[in-house]
Write a protein that binds this ligand. Structure first.
Ligand code: GDP
Length: 196
């Protein structure tokens, strides 16, 4: 499957405005600044498919990309801004849990977390929801280049140990857009989810 063919098709203000729930899609989620846009750009070999360094608090949209074979990549808004009012947070959590529960075409969730501080509360909640909806999860420990090889391996092992607690299909891998670490792992997982 050629991720290079990914093309932006639409931005949706909310989950109800997403394209028809047909075919297969895979969603990308993570705290703001976790490296989600960079990861999408790396996966698709496009320099600016997903915008990087967004402004906190700005209206956040769901970006939809489509591959030439029709599958979709869904770029969910980053979460974890301290400044966002509680009501907005709750609304988004509700929408997100609804998406995970109801979206039939959703076959996998990629959760991006900075390797230096993975599994923050919202990350955990998200993974719990996905697992309870039987959506498989690929947890990517991003910016893996920030750690030396030994420390990186340790973090991956620790995170894999922690992931057992979710009691579901949660695969943990190190990832770096900068040093192209783990790109093959992501492609293999996505290919599997897309049914190739
Ligand atoms: P997003 O908010 O999750 O979409 O995160 P971005 O992709 O915009 O990245 C946030 C910041 O982390 C930017 O300053 C990136 O340059 C940096 N970043 C992203 N990926 C990597 C990586 O693999 N290694 C390093 N060292 N920095 C990264």
């Amino acid at each position: 499957i050629n991720y290079q063919t990914a093309k932006f098709i639409t931005s949706a203000p909310n989950i109800r405005k997403l394209p028809d729930d047909t075919g297969i899609e895979i969603a990308f989620a993570g705290r703001s600044n976790a490296g989600k846009s960079s990861a999408l750009n790396t996966l698709t070999r496009q320099k600016s498919l997903a915008r990087t360094s967004k402004t906190p608090g700005r209206t956040q949209l769901i970006n939809v990309f489509e591959l030439d074979t029709g599958e979709r990549l869904i770029d969910l808004p980053g979460y974890g801004f301290a400044k966002v009012p509680m009501a907005v947070k709750e609304q988004w959590q509700l929408a997100l849990s609804e998406y995970l529960q109801k979206r039939k075409s959703l076959k996998g969730l990629v959760v991006l977390m900075d390797i230096r501080h993975p599994f923050k509360e919202t990350d955990q909640e998200l993974i719990y929801w996905a697992v309870s909806c039987e959506i498989p999860v690929l947890a990517l420990l991003t910016k893996a280049d920030k750690l030396k090889q030994g420390a990186r391996k340790n973090m991956v092992l620790q995170a894999r140990q922690a992931a057992i607690a979710f009691n579901g299909d949660v695969q943990v891998e190190a990832f770096s857009s900068l040093k192209k670490i783990g790109v093959d792992k992501v492609e293999a997982k996505l290919n599997q989810w897309f049914g190739y």
